[in-house]
Design a protein around this ligand. Structure first.
Ligand code: PPS
Length: 570
């Protein structure tokens, strides 16, 4: 373990042990309890081991945690605003205790570090949310993670790092704090202002960062987060390719791009302070904070979680103590007459301001519409168009749900043929019966098995959609929660159209093509949907079809029209 002094005063606490000790630890760790790090824990541990979270020397113990939650300081009094905790399950907590060592591994079983446990406790998550995020509304991604994904028991203790988690992408852009400090030193960069981002950068961002650097006469570090960001954000692969284009637009020798392996919490003001401590650890002297830094969006009542300048205010009061200077920044807007960007507060009355909001930008991207050069460099837009093609080039899933005998399969087959006739996308039918013969042949009809069946169908449809195909699913899918989960997953990579085949049960039973209703009534078939098992009808299906007054031809035509209206068919 080594402590080196930062060029700007901070002590870097790197937690990787020397090679011989690491080899020894690998042998000893075979006898330790072993914990597979979750996705977020993997990002956190990378930042702990590489020194990005200095002065932390491990996952927080209870004293530091309590103090950070309540006072935004470690127990020692040093400013630190975000709890960094190792959450584990109750079952795992039973196997460990203070004084024990735990082997922390990545999903492939590679030993990343050993934690010497000092504390094990059950946090009051509501209290943590209210203090750290100023809210217990699960619309806040940080609160949602804490309540719905973080395990119930926290484990604190010092870390001995064996190796950093591995990454195979963009290797030359991944720099540890030590790497960056050395690079800055080598290039004679005395002052460095860092820019934090989780979005693709357009012209306004470039203007803003360039002006900030000019203002404080410093070099510029574009330091995008590539760990966890806000759900729904553009993937880091596309973003980085955009940054690579953009960084070429700055004057030579002024600007550097490097990736930050951080899992964000979207904690607004507290997060801005945390980000600035991290940037100081990476050797930066200045940090840009604009409007709504690390903003979680609106709450369930449609109100902002934080004020637009709360982050600037909090960091402003702590910057001297932290030892990094905040560069507060105004929004930049484009003035048509001048063909130039200006800070929003310098706009005069007779100026024509042009603006494209984030939502409007995404709409244009989605529909393949024009995006002007003043807004974004064409290389950046092309990159985004490549990974975010307009809807008519994206894949989609048509997900039928309805009772047995409602007509799902018949309409699904008609739709498949019509889509194949039009061409353009490969079409795959995942019919209920077909899936149960192949993918889910061992499953029965308990709630657990039905959910598993739908999850499998959802997984396959998701892969098809992601790769630009059309998936047609036609299971009963009786549970709303499972359908919602499938919708959320598939919508990330393409279209999702839910079709409720709402033929009433009396009609299905009357038809009884397979004789199953009669058997269900006689008790020969158990857990039969609609008879002895529940069916939760969808409330927000894109289409509702009743086959009493709609032929398969008409029904499939209605779906085609819907797909056209949504932009998936041109
Ligand atoms: S689920 O609930 O979505 O997993 O069901 P699914 O995979 O679509 O399977 C439904 C088909 O299985 C036959 N079948 C039953 N359905 C409902 N309940 C019970 N207990 C049951 N047992 C067998 C039935 O033929 C369903 O096919 P469809 O095409 O819907 O009539």
């Amino acid at each position: 373990m080594s402590n080196i002094t930062a060029p700007h005063g901070g002590v870097l606490k790197e937690l990787i042990v020397p090679e011989a000790e690491a080899e020894q630890l690998k042998k000893e760790a075979r006898d330790f309890a072993s914990w597979d790090l979750t996705e977020r824990q993997l990002w956190d541990i990378e930042m702990l081991l590489n020194g990005g979270f200095s002065p932390l020397d491990g996952f927080m113990g209870k004293a530091d945690y309590d103090s950070v939650v309540k006072k935004m300081r470690l127990a020692s009094g040093t400013v630190w605003t975000m709890p960094i905790t190792l959450d584990v399950t109750e079952a795992f907590a039973e196997k460990i205790g203070a004084g024990k060592n735990i082997a922390l591994r990545d999903p492939e079983g590679v030993l990343i570090a050993v934690i010497a446990v000092s504390d094990v406790w059950r946090p009051d998550k509501k209290d943590e949310a209210l203090n750290v995020f100023k809210s217990d509304d699960v619309v806040h991604p940080g609160v949602n993670y804490l309540f719905n994904r973080a395990h119930p028991v926290y484990v604190g203790g010092k870390l001995k790092g064996v190796e950093l988690p591995s990454h195979y992408d963009f290797k030359t852009l991944r720099n540890t704090p030590r790497d960056l400090r050395e690079k800055f030193k080598k290039q004679g960069w005395h002052k460095v202002v860092a820019f934090q981002t989780r979005n693709p950068m357009h012209r306004a961002h470039q203007e803003l960062t360039f002006r900030a650097a000019q203002m404080v006469e410093s070099n510029l570090l574009i330091h995008p987060v590539v760990g966890m960001t806000k759900p729904g954000d553009i993937d880091h692969y596309s973003r980085i390719r955009c940054y690579e284009h953009l960084v070429k637009q700055y004057p030579e020798q002024t600007t550097m791009l490097s990736l930050l392996p951080l899992a964000m919490r979207m904690g607004g003001p507290r997060e801005a302070v945390w980000h600035s401590i991290i940037r100081k650890n990476y050797g930066c002297t200045h940090f840009i904070v604009g409007r709504n830094h690390a903003d979680p969006g609106k709450n369930s009542k449609g109100e902002e979680f934080y004020g637009p300048y709360d982050a600037q205010e909090l960091l402003g009061s702590l910057q001297a103590e932290i030892g990094i200077q905040m560069v507060p920044f105004q929004e930049m807007v484009y003035v048509e007459e001048r063909a130039q960007y200006f800070p929003a507060d310098e706009i005069e009355k007779d100026m024509t301001v042009l603006n494209i909001s984030g939502t409007e930008f995404r709409r244009r991207l989605m529909l393949g519409l024009d995006i002007p050069e003043w807004f974004s460099y064409s290389e950046v837009v092309n990159e985004l168009r490549r990974t975010h093609p307009p809807r008519h080039k994206q894949g989609f899933t048509v997900f039928f749900t309805g009772l047995s005998g409602s007509g799902k399969s018949t309409i699904a087959n008609a739709l498949m043929v019509k889509l194949m006739e039009s061409g353009g996308r490969p079409v795959t039918l995942l019919d209920g019966d077909l899936v149960r013969k192949n993918l889910s042949s061992e499953l029965g009809f308990s709630r657990e098995h039905r959910d598993l069946n739908i999850q499998r169908i959802g997984f396959v449809a998701g892969q098809i959609t992601k790769n630009g195909g059309a998936a047609i699913c036609a299971p009963i899918a009786p549970y709303a929660g499972t359908r919602k989960a499938v919708r959320e997953e598939i919508s990330k990579s393409g279209g999702f159209i839910e079709v409720h085949v709402a033929t009433p049960i009396e009609v299905c039973e009357e038809r009884d093509r397979k004789g199953l209703y009669a058997k269900a009534r006689a008790g020969i078939i158990k857990e039969f949907t609609g008879i002895s098992d529940p069916y939760e009808a969808p409330e927000n299906a894109e289409l509702v079809i009743d086959t009493r007054d709609c032929s398969p031809d008409e029904a499939s035509q209605r779906i085609i029209l819907k797909l056209e209206q949504m932009g998936f068919i041109k």
